[in-house]
Design a protein around this ligand. Structure first.
Ligand code: MLT
Length: 428
């Protein structure tokens, strides 16, 4: 028996359908409310508003649950690898060995980008933030691959486009990174796995035999898996809205990169390290900074704590913290910033002020420390978030297109001047 909700206003009642998902989540369907009543709802930031039904990622903020296509993130982070998880997100099921080989082969086969992209990259000042460069170059790919503009690709054409973008991102990132440093770029490997290739194109130098540490490859797989999708977050919602106009996949992903760049979203991992560095420079007194975070008159904000949907802990933070310890131990790195991070975490976890406000470490709190240990510049941390989130964005774009979703076009409540006549204040 399907449930309904009743809205009563001005002596009139409106019956609204209630939908229920596979995890017993319920929503009032208001898609016909305006036609029936002239009313709309309003919900700045969409904190209580669902934009879609989706079968990709389930999270429960109260219980700290995160699953991709039903598989718990803890199991995927421990047992799977990033490309297998990318296949799971995009296609809905874990691949057979044959499907995985074909998927990985198509990604590797398409990991080159046109030499002309170097001309575009040379146009950026070396100080350009890599997220702005990444968004621009992804959008520019439509110039080199105009087939991406086809709003109705066949399955084979869409798969090729999707695999190609997954393959090209490490190359774009590494070329932008190396050219900004004045280093020679490295051609992507046609033999190595995805994470090994990424580390090689990023860190190997001409004439050097760069050895990839298997611990680092493992940590990178874990980090990218943990960032791969997160239901309707800001950047994913952006990808869906841009894609709903039938703009190209490249345009939608480019917009997602721009949305992720913000310090309230993916840019938080960069802001966390900058905060920890500032605390270290100021003597490392974590108690002093926790007091500043509680002081309403103090502009200091504790970055990497709290989350819009997780009301207890971010399950990804627990996994990343373990990986962080392993990477630093394996690389024999003694990072005072990590000590400061652990001090902040322990004190905050035992402080009623933070516990009462559900301010627990989130995925951004520890990810920056691992990226730093891997030798990445702080401005690349959000780029790493984008690399991990790419298959999630793609899966959400694909689901939106396959569902024939309507163009995203919210309504509003107007609060400006009512009608008035124009009076000339100056002769034309
Ligand atoms: C994410 O993974 O996208 C971030 O945790 C932000 C969010 O989910 O709102």
């Amino acid at each position: 028996m399907s449930q309904t909700a009743e809205l009563t206003l001005g002596g009139k009642s409106y019956e609204l359908p209630v939908i229920e998902g596979s995890e017993a989540e319920k929503a009032v369907d208001i898609s016909k409310l305006r036609g029936a009543s002239g009313l709309i709802t309003i919900d700045p930031g969409f904190k209580n508003t669902g934009s879609t039904q989706s079968a990709i990622t389930f999270l429960d903020g109260e219980k700290g649950i995160l699953r991709y296509r039903g598989y718990p993130i803890e199991q995927l982070a421990e047992k799977s690898n990033f490309i297998e998880v990318a296949y799971l997100l995009v296609h809905g099921e874990l691949p057979t060995q044959e499907q995985l080989s074909a998927f990985e082969g198509s990604i590797t086969e398409q990991n080159d980008i046109p030499e002309e992209v170097k001309t575009i990259l040379e146009g950026f000042p070396k100080s350009a933030h890599p997220m702005g460069v990444l968004s621009a170059v992804i959008s520019a790919l439509t110039a080199f691959y105009p087939e991406a503009l086809n709003p109705n690709p066949t399955k084979e054409e869409a798969d090729k486009l999707i695999n190609g973008l997954i393959g090209k991102l490490p190359t774009i990132i590494s070329w932008a990174y190396k050219m900004a440093k004045g280093e020679s770029t490295v051609a992507p490997s046609k033999e190595d796995d995805y994470c090994t290739n990424f580390l090689k194109v990023m860190f190997s130098k001409e004439g050097e035999d760069y050895k990839v540490d298997p611990v680092v490859v493992d940590a990178l797989n874990t980090l990218l898996i943990l960032h791969a999708d997160h239901e309707q977050n800001c950047s994913t919602a952006t990808v869906r809205v841009v894609g709903s106009s039938h703009a190209s996949l490249y345009s939608a992903i480019s917009a997602g990169v721009s949305a992720l760049w913000g310090p309230l979203h993916g840019g938080a991992n960069q802001a966390v390290i900058e905060m920890l560095e500032a605390i270290k420079e100021d003597g490392g007194d974590t108690k002093k900074y926790l007091a500043k975070a509680k002081d309403k008159n103090d502009p200091f904000r504790l970055m990497g704590f709290g989350h819009r949907v997780y009301k207890n802990f971010d399950p990804r933070a627990r996994i990343i913290k373990k990986s962080c310890d392993e990477v630093l131990a394996a690389l024999n790195i003694n990072d005072p910033v990590l000590d400061i991070a652990k001090g902040l975490e322990q004190e905050a976890l035992n402080d009623e002020y933070f516990k009462a406000r559900n301010l627990y470490p989130n995925v951004d709190f520890y990810s920056g420390i691992i990226y730093r240990a891997l030798g990445l510049d702080v401005e690349l941390f959000t780029v790493m978030f984008a690399l991990g989130r790419l298959p999630g964005w793609i899966a959400q774009w694909k689901e939106m297109r396959e569902d024939n979703a309507p163009i995203g076009r919210p309504r509003q409540v107007y609060t400006g001047a009512t009608e008035r006549d124009y009076t000339e204040v100056s002769a034309r």
